[in-house]
Design a binder for this molecule. Structure first.
Ligand code: AMP
Length: 192
């Protein structure tokens, strides 16, 4: 099963992607997690990543495209995967769709998490107390939401138009368990 998750930061898509990947035993590809791991060192690449991510800006398309191409082609993705945080820009989306076509691969379902931005801001502020992420302060949240609107929302619309039957809107203001059930119900139908 090959799944793409769209949604603004704080929409809960990461939590759902993790749960679903465990249930279906497929790889959870969170580009945010991959980049956070890469930024844990003191070399120049790590420092550059730390600066970009803690300011709420996006890392280069080039780097992300390379990371994703390598992952999707790897043995651990054979059974399927969840893309969580990619594609986030139109160039990334063009790269992905071309890459899939060239490799005769396809996507099974696209989930787009919709939520009021005020709820998102409250959620991220709560998360910042628990996880101490450097990009969870109110000023940075505003930049991240802005990036989402400017860069990622248009990508979700491309997917909505190109994958009409596979594109599903999810009400992300609901409880975690309720959303989980809804996603599983949709996925069961896809499997059959
Ligand atoms: P996330 O955990 O998905 O909220 O990602 C955290 C940060 O990682 C983002 O604010 C970006 O700086 C960076 N990032 C993650 N995914 C991407 C991507 N697809 N393109 C560019 N930057 C990304």
């Amino acid at each position: 099963m090959k799944i793409v998750f769209f949604g603004p930061p704080g929409s809960g898509k990461g939590t759902q992607a993790k749960l679903i990947s465990e249930k279906l035993n497929i790889l959870h590809i969170s580009t945010g997690d991959i980049l956070r791991n890469k930024s844990n060192y003191s070399d120049s690449l790590s420092i550059e990543l730390q600066e970009t991510m803690s300011s709420g800006n996006l890392v280069s398309d080039d780097m992300l495209n390379k990371i994703i191409a390598e992952k999707i082609n790897s043995e651990e993705c054979k059974k399927g995967y969840i893309l969580d945080g990619f594609p986030r820009t139109l160039p990334q989306s063009e790269f992905l769709l071309k890459f899939l076509e060239q490799n005769k691969m396809s996507l099974d379902i696209i989930f787009d998490f919709k939520i009021d931005f005020r709820i998102v801001q409250e959620r991220i502020m709560e998360r910042s107390k628990l996880e101490k992420r450097s990009d969870d302060s109110i000023d940075v949240i505003k930049i991240r939401l802005d990036k989402y609107i400017q860069e990622t929302y248009p990508v979700s619309q491309v997917f909505a138009n190109s994958f009409v039957d596979k594109y599903k809107i999810i009400d992300a203001s609901k409880q975690i368990l309720e959303i989980q059930k809804e996603l599983m119900k949709i996925l069961k139908k896809v499997e059959n």
